[in-house]
Write a protein that binds this ligand. Structure first.
Ligand SMILES: Nc1ncnc2c1ncn2[C@@H]1O[C@H](COP(=O)(O)OP(=O)(O)OP(=O)(O)O)[C@@H](O)[C@H]1O
Ligand SMILES: [Mg+2]
Length: 247
């Protein structure tokens, strides 16, 4: 199996606090890997270390078989990131926001136009192209955030809690779009603290707590770890850690 990401013995400390504690895992080509964990378990820190946005105390990170570093622009070009906090330009329309982010990677105008239309279709924003971010509902704004992160058709995509505070319809739309990205060949790392989402979406799941992997596998493999009949992932988490996954 081809590994798109390899993380070995990653340690990240913020002052005294160890946020990531000897974390090792791989992400396989073409899969959606879910990082599931409660608030503060280290999901965003892990992603930010992989992206070389944060310095870490110890560990090795390889992407596409190459050492990741802040200046590894050849790797970064192939990556799309949807951050936990929405980051778009309030002065620009939906279309112009996507055009801006896509334009950082795709210089050919005709190709870019097609890519923007594809991103708009994928996120279901056809009726909102001329809207400014402030005119969008929370769910539509999240969809714009995603469109901006993936419009350049990256091979590796990170989505950090893209459905927080999103209505069910937008959430389903987002999850369908993410599956389509995987089906079109992208490798995806998806963080959430919603169990239902990793069950619907993810090929493989890492359950994180206090910066460590406490269990990993497919949803059914993880549930089989529990002694409870018809266990949920929350039951698994509860059995291992003694606390609820939900905050
Ligand atoms: N800039 C920072 N300075 C100090 N501590 C930090 C900083 N960023 C994160 N932490 C701490 O590191 C730990 C991991 O945080 P992180 O944001 O990675 O968790 P998370 O799983 O993404 O949580 P959430 O679900 O709330 O987004 C937490 O204990 C957090 O308080
Ligand atoms: Mg986070």
């Amino acid at each position: 199996m081809e590994n798109v990401i390899e993380v070995k013995n990653l340690v990240k400390e913020y002052k005294q606090k160890r946020a990531i504690d000897e974390l090792s895992f791989e992400v396989h080509k073409g899969e959606i890997l879910g990082l599931l964990g409660p608030n503060g378990s280290g999901k965003s820190t892990t992603i930010n270390c992989i992206l070389a946005l944060l310095k870490y105390s110890k560990g090795d990170i390889k992407i596409f078989g190459k050492e990741m570093s802040p200046s590894a622009y050849d790797i970064k070009r192939e990556i799309g990131v949807v951050f936990q906090d929405v980051a778009v330009f309030n002065e620009l329309s939906v279309y112009d926001n996507i055009n801006y982010f896509c334009g950082l990677y795709v210089k050919d105008k005709a190709t870019r136009k097609q890519y923007i239309e594809d991103a708009i279709e994928l996120t279901g924003l056809e009726d909102y192209k001329k809207f400014r971010p402030k005119q969008l509902s929370g769910g539509l704004l999240r969809r714009l955030n995603i469109a901006c992160g993936i419009a350049h058709k990256p091979h590796l995509i990170f989505l950090d809690e893209p459905t927080v505070a999103v209505d069910p319809q937008s959430r389903n739309n987002i999850l369908d779009g993410i599956k389509k990205l995987r089906d079109d060949g992208a490798t995806i790392v998806y963080t959430t603290h919603y169990m239902e989402e990793v069950e619907i979406l993810c090929d493989r799941i890492l359950i994180l707590d206090k910066g460590k992997i406490i269990a990993q596998g497919s949803s059914s493999e993880l549930k089989a770890l529990s002694h409870i009949e018809n266990a949920t992932l929350n039951d698994v988490f509860l059995e291992i850690t003694g606390k609820e996954l939900r905050d």
